[in-house]
Ligand binder design. Structure first.
Ligand code: FES
Length: 253
């Protein structure tokens, strides 16, 4: 089949291309099971070597090729032609500064990520027998979903609250905070909740729900944000989540 791409281009170093513009490319011999990433490679390698995009693993693991495909945030390596049709519009994710073509500056996104202390905190001595800090399967299940995040920014850059205010910490950072706030072994949940209780924290979320369908890992992002809001309202995580409910949600997904 033939496919036409319409790609948002921008190159601040080339006069005439230093304002965003659209460019079309035609490809022949495309299979409906080809991935959008492969076709962008074909354009770059066969037609225009200056086309710039990020990618690494090509298997939906590294999170580097999030882009807006036919108006929705996707990983180019996970989307097949049959998912989007023979006219494919590609543009950079929204809300972050564009550096060149499909490449955005991820630093504001990672600054929000760092602000929620996305690492395990526990200053207690390790158990005397030298074993790991143990946790029940039920306690582990509470934050299992939020461990799946690959930091592709698809959720945060699909959020109108983030588009309107780049200081908003954003869905991805809240998911990362959720992963540790609800970890029974962690000791910094109060500090994280204080960060997220700030004006640009979790209350900027208006439950618009763009983030959940944008997640390529099917994380229930809006649910995680709701649980963090509840925890902040209560001042603690205890009793907010019934592990039995988590089991039901997991087995239904
Ligand atoms: S290239 Fe790694 S997630 Fe797509």
């Amino acid at each position: 089949m033939d496919v036409t791409f319409r790609i948002r281009r921008y190159n601040p170093e080339i006069p005439g291309k230093d304002k965003p513009f659209w460019q079309e490319f035609s490809l022949t011999g495309v299979d409906e099971t080809d991935r959008v990433l492969e076709l962008l490679h074909r354009i770059k390698w066969e037609q225009d070597g200056t086309l710039s995009l990020r990618r690494s693993c090509a298997h939906g693991v590294c999170g580097s090729d999030a882009m807006r495909i036919n108006g929705a945030n996707k990983l180019a390596c996970k989307i097949l032609v049959k998912d989007v049709g023979d006219r494919i519009q590609v543009e950079p994710i929204l809300g972050l500064p564009v550096l060149k073509d499909l490449i955005v500056d991820m630093e504001p996104f990672f600054a929000h990520y760092r602000s929620v202390m996305p690492y395990f905190v526990n200053d207690s001595p390790v158990p005397a027998d030298g074993r790991e800090r143990l946790q029940s399967a039920a306690d582990r299940a509470i934050f299992d979903d939020s461990t799946k995040c690959i930091l592709c920014a698809a959720c945060t850059t699909s959020c109108p609250s983030f588009w309107a205010n780049g200081d908003y910490v954003g869905p991805a950072a809240i998911v990362q905070a959720h992963r540790f706030i609800f970890d029974s072994r962690d000791q910094a949940q109060q500090e994280r909740m204080e960060v997220l209780a700030e004006p640009d924290g979790v209350w900027r979320c208006r439950t618009i729900y763009n983030c959940t369908p944008a997640c390529p890992r099917d994380i229930q992002v809006t649910r995680a944000i709701g649980e963090v809001k509840l925890a902040i309202r209560k001042g603690s995580t205890s009793g907010i989540i019934d592990p039995a409910d988590i089991k039901i949600a997991t087995s239904n997904s």
